[in-house]
Design a protein around this ligand. Structure first.
Ligand SMILES: O=C(O)CCC(=O)C(=O)O
Ligand SMILES: [Fe+2]
Length: 558
């Protein structure tokens, strides 16, 4: 990928180190793994050279056109180096060398932030972003503002405050010190001004790479929490699940006359033996009962409590800050989110993946929230918004594995995924070890997500080439399979949301799905699904009142 790119050092972006050697070097100790990724990438990027083993990475040069920044190799810069490299890669992909712009205002935000971070390593990334936005994206102006002698934030008192607060892990907001012009012409703190500005959407046909929690929350229906668990706990969970992954299996599904296997392995985890029984004999997925259901491990249970707490906090923030009038979405549950099932996926090596899909709503209901924890090798989580179109072949859409619903990638459609990415653009969210991604309530109905095959990966010290992903889900009592409609063949139906047809978009339907399970024929059963405002099927509340609760959440079962 990087290796095929040519950069013109006169006009394009370059990056280099002191004391370079042409040969990439293999590092083996865990402490150096991050370097290994960089060395690997640097080594395959023409014009950019890597360091010999043991050499001091004490300064770094970032250059773009006539601007050259030489800076100390701060941890923040180091963290952003892959971002910078990726941006170089994208820049190379998008422009002929002579068309590479030397105008910084046209560069990606990530490059600009990487440059600002290299210049101001003590200032937090989100602060830099705010300042950058207030300067209309001009790195020069942002940099001038930040370093101006008379700027309030750079007085010795404030500089000291920044340094000491960041060493404590609590950053004093610089943006409260800087004024910017608001839309009404008045001067207001930057934070207030920038929070009114809408981010730019991904460009057509391009992949927008996002790394910072602020960008991810602004551009997608997801929030991310990096370093979610204490490091030891994350590692213990990873070790436990790697051991479990010996029992993982691939799902099979039927695509026309072919039986296809999912390109990764997985298992489902539940709390109690009774739930195990139900999951293997009552709940169906893609027309079959699951065989790979397992009892939640001790670490999975402990972590589920932490996930539950943080996911609920993130849901409340999202409602307060993003949703219209500060109210939950229609059909979103107003109750506390309590995970009672965990799907654990293992991606062994760079080629394992999951295609674009929305998660099946059958048991988690409309507008569900999902907490997704990533462990081991970092991979790219790609998302794209579903754009409505005139023709919808809703009743004939296939499945890509037994717990997810692949909606768009269907041969009968006029456009395939590549054309849609071309038309709509996609966003790539970088998911490092120990990051929790919350997929919010609008995600499954309005967006699709995937784990794309990787060109290269950086081995993780514990898992090698493997990535483990846990999606914690809340199966709703009112959607227990004993309540949901059966189709004409007597099979359980699945719940889908119409996504592309302008007229029916957002409406829910129960459909037969047996045709997508190997060896089964489906029927044409179809019924619109009706929910109350809280996302419970209109008929289920009464049924549930006469019945025992269905599933136990992880925290209650300990
Ligand atoms: O591995 C991931 O991060 C996503 C997995 C996923 O989409 C799923 O399990 O439905
Ligand atoms: Fe999914």
């Amino acid at each position: 990928m990087l290796g095929s790119r040519r950069y013109d050092t006169q006009v394009g972006p370059t990056l280099g180190y002191s004391n370079p050697t042409p040969e990439p070097t293999q590092y083996t100790s865990p402490a150096n793994l991050f370097l290994e990724e960089e060395v690997y990438q640097l080594g395959s990027c023409p014009g950019v050279r890597s360091l010999p083993p043991g050499a001091e990475r004490d300064f770094l040069t970032l250059s773009w056109g006539p601007i050259v920044y030489r800076t100390s190799y701060a941890p923040e810069t180091k963290r952003l180096l892959p971002v910078f490299l990726r941006c170089l890669n994208d820049a190379g992909e998008e422009s002929e060398p002579n068309h590479v712009s030397s105008d910084l205002s046209e560069d990606s935000t990530d490059i600009k932030i990487a440059i600002l971070l290299s210049l101001f390593p003590n200032i937090k990334q989100e602060e830099l972003l705010e300042i950058l936005v207030s300067c209309e994206g001009s790195v020069e102006n942002a940099s001038a503002l930040l370093s101006a002698k008379d700027a309030t934030l750079c007085t010795p008192v404030n500089a000291k405050r920044v340094a000491s607060s960041s060493s404590l892990g609590v950053q004093t907001s610089l943006s409260s010190h800087i004024l910017a012009t608001a839309e009404d012409g008045s001067m207001k703190p930057i934070r207030e001004v920038t929070s009114q500005k809408k981010p730019l959407p991904p460009r057509k046909g391009k992949t927008l790479h996002l790394y910072s929690p602020e960008d991810i929350a602004a551009y997608t229906p997801c929030t991310i929490i990096h370093n979610f668990l204490p490091a030891k706990e994350a590692n213990a969970l990873l070790v436990e699940l790697l051991d479990e992954s010996k029992h993982f299996t691939r799902d099979s599904f039927q695509l026309f006359n072919r039986t296809v296997q999912s390109p990764h392995t997985h298992a489902v985890y539940v709390s109690t033996p009774e739930e195990h029984r139900q999951q293997t004999s009552e709940y169906t997925y893609g027309g079959t009962y699951r065989s790979n259901v397992r009892q939640a491990t001790p670490q999975l249970r402990v972590v589920s409590r932490q996930v539950q707490k943080v996911v609920n906090e993130e849901i409340n923030k999202r409602i307060r800050d993003v949703y219209p009038d500060g109210k939950k979405l229609q059909y979103q549950s107003p109750k506390e989110w309590r995970p009672n099932a965990a799907f654990v996926n293992c991606y062994d090596g760079p080629n394992e993946s999951v295609g674009y899909h929305s998660d099946e709503l059958t048991y988690i209901g409309p507008h569900p929230v999902i907490g997704s924890l990533s462990l081991g090798v970092a991979r790219e989580f790609r998302v794209r918004r579903i754009v409505p179109r005139e023709e919808e072949a809703a009743s004939t859409e296939p499945h890509d594995n037994n717990h997810t619903t692949s909606l768009p990638d269907y041969p009968q459609k006029r456009t395939g995924p590549a054309e849609r990415i071309e038309a709509e653009g996609q966003i790539s969210i970088h998911l490092p070890h120990n990051s929790l991604l919350v997929m919010h309530a609008e995600m499954q109905e309005e967006w699709k997500h995937s784990i794309s095959p990787a060109q290269n990966i950086s081995p993780h010290p514990i898992s090698g080439n493997r990535r483990i992903n846990i999606t914690y889900r809340w199966y709703r009592d009112t959607l227990h399979p004993r309540f949901t409609p059966r189709c004409k063949c007597g099979e359980h139906t699945i719940l889908r949301c119409a996504q592309r047809n302008q007229d029916t978009r957002g409406r829910y339907m129960w459909m037969c799905y047996a045709g997508f399970a190997p060896g089964k024929e489906g029927c044409s059963f179809f019924q619109w699904a009706e929910f109350d405002d809280d996302g419970d099927p209109v008929w289920a509340k009464k049924a549930l009142a006469d019945d025992a609760p269905a599933l136990t959440d992880f925290s209650a079962s300990q």
